[in-house]
Design a protein around this ligand. Structure first.
Ligand SMILES: Cc1cc2nc3c(=O)[nH]c(=O)nc-3n(C[C@H](O)[C@H](O)[C@H](O)COP(=O)(O)OP(=O)(O)OC[C@H]3O[C@@H](n4cnc5c(N)ncnc54)[C@H](O)[C@@H]3O)c2cc1C
Length: 468
């Protein structure tokens, strides 16, 4: 069989790309080394983490918020085994969905490790060691990423663990130490803090979620401390970790260079992810990866240095996000089919699924200041939102940043209830280059959390928020 496109990897980049290729009439095959499709996202990333976040949010609300509504419960317990089983069932439903979509779109799939023999021939090595080769006009590398390891801190996968093991714990930690105050560490830290664990976050930077707009990290830290009792050790450089029996010891240097020791029963190392290209045989076609982060270099059309070989998603530059991988997958399929697709990387939203949720799109205040751009800023607190008062979710705010002269929206930064879903309004507005006044004049249903976006936009336009 001669394919038009072979996709290596079936994560959100790979499977979306394969489906779009098939829709465009290209004969397509996908190679996946694991027995289920969906990659990191569906198996050990976005979906399972959100399943656990939902379970733990229900538990935490039942324990701490139901009382305010006059609902009382006796003997509230969490069944960890059931929680993990439910999460596994959610994964199974989603991965089965990809199998269905591949069949529906007549995409051939191969289970095994894909590697380059030459730029048009891919060898598939199956788990029993047998091999077969298939040929193609184009290849899309979508092999994703894996957790970064710290050379001085060996992960034993039992007590010193990565996000993958943290999604499968059989008990609630008593004291969970999280190394890294980024998205994954805070989401998984929240899961176990809501279920009763003491959680200490150790972060090298001066703030958590440090790549997002500065105000968001400060507010998130305040709320996680207040509502979940999470502790934060910022400006701390971790120097090592050891585990013995059920005890984990993590050593660090504080901002003054003083040695500090943390003792807990589990430690999640969540310091980032690195592109995954092992055993892909890139050397056989003359592709080298970048020294930092192991990424494959691509041009604006996602093409590598070899004609007809493309790379997308976590394995290339840019944010390691499922929706970015998906959009790149669609982009490459359409480009191969001769279309002229486009991605605006400035408008890829970033989300943290803690509670309150955090979501951002466009430029941060820090970026605008650094670029010397003149901007106006309008904020609206959820404390003044009728909907937030009704649900008891009054922490957080919306901030709209707009061009000082044209009023064009340059960035929207939200921390608050359902921020992850609300950010879509800002993305659409910015895609159509809306002004803050445009958003302020659009009718928003009442009572909804989205009214806070309208109010922040009004505040940015002419300091004329109605309810502030
Ligand atoms: C705990 C956690 C939570 C996350 N939450 C979110 C979230 O809420 N939102 C979000 O946008 N992002 C989230 N992410 C990030 C997201 O999962 C990734 O950005 C996304 O999965 C990247 O997609 P991808 O297609 O590039 O690669 P991946 O999803 O990593 O898929 C790559 C696939 O390629 C396969 N593969 C690798 N090498 C070969 C080979 N040689 N042959 C055959 N197959 C191969 C792998 O087995 C894998 O299935 C999360 C990540 C983690 C770890």
């Amino acid at each position: 069989m001669q394919y038009d496109v072979i996709v290596i990897g079936s994560g959100p980049g790979g499977y979306v790309s394969a489906i779009r290729c098939a829709q465009l009439g290209l004969k397509t095959a996908v190679i996946e080394k694991y027995s289920t499709f969906g990659g990191t996202c569906l198996n050990v990333g976005c979906i399972p983490s959100k399943a656990l976040l939902d379970t733990s949010e229900h538990f935490h609300n039942a324990a701490h918020a139901f009382g305010d509504h006059g609902i009382s419960l006796k003997d509230l317990k969490i069944d960890v085994k059931k929680m993990i089983e439910r999460k596994n069932d959610v994964i199974a439903q989603n991965t089965a969905g990809i199998t269905y979509l591949f069949k529906k779109n007549k995409i051939d799939s191969f289970e095994g490790l894909g590697s380059f023999v030459d730029k048009n021939t891919i060898k598939i090595t199956k788990s029993d060691g047998s091999t077969e080769q298939i040929t193609t006009k184009n290849v899309i590398i979508a092999t994703g990423s894996k957790p970064t390891a710290l050379p001085f801190l060996p992960v034993d996968k039992k007590r010193i663990i990565t996000s993958t093991e943290a999604l499968n714990l059989t008990e609630i930690p008593k004291h969970l130490i999280v190394i890294g105050g980024g998205v994954i560490g805070l989401e998984l830290g929240s899961v176990y803090a809501r279920l009763g664990a003491k959680v200490s976050v150790i972060e090298y930077a001066k703030s958590i979620i440090s790549t997002m707009d500065g105000g968001l990290g400060k507010e998130l830290q305040r709320v996680l401390k207040k509502s979940l009792g999470m502790e934060f050790f910022l400006g701390h450089k971790v120097t090592g970790a050891t585990s013995e029996g059920k005890t984990v010891k993590v050593t660090a240097e504080d901002s003054k260079g003083q040695a500090v020791t943390f003792e807990g029963d589990y430690c999640i190392v969540s310091v980032g992810r690195v592109a995954y290209t092992k055993d892909l045989g890139l050397e056989n076609i003359g592709i080298t990866t970048e020294e930092r982060g192991n990424k494959i270099t691509v041009n604006d059309h996602m093409q590598t240095s070899v004609e007809g070989v493309y790379a997308i998603g976590d394995v290339v530059r840019g944010a390691m996000l499922a929706h970015k991988a998906e959009d790149e997958g669609t982009y490459v399929a359409e480009y191969i089919a001769g279309q002229k697709p486009h991605i605006d990387y400035n408008l890829i939203p970033g989300v943290v699924y803690t509670w309150p949720e955090v979501a951002s799109v466009g430029q941060t205040e820090e970026q605008l200041k650094e670029a010397g751009k003149k901007y106006k800023s309008g904020s609206f607190s959820f404390k003044a939102s009728g909907r937030a008062k009704a649900s008891g979710d009054t922490d957080g705010f919306v901030k709209v940043l707009a061009d000082a002269e044209t009023d064009e929206v340059l960035g929207v930064h939200i921390i608050g209830p359902r921020a992850a879903d609300m950010i879509a309004e800002a993305v659409v507005a910015m895609e159509y280059r809306a002004s803050a006044e445009d958003i302020g004049r659009i009718c928003h249903a009442h009572p909804t959390y989205t009214e806070a976006i309208k109010e922040a936009a009004l505040a940015a336009t002419a300091n004329r928020a109605i309810h502030a």
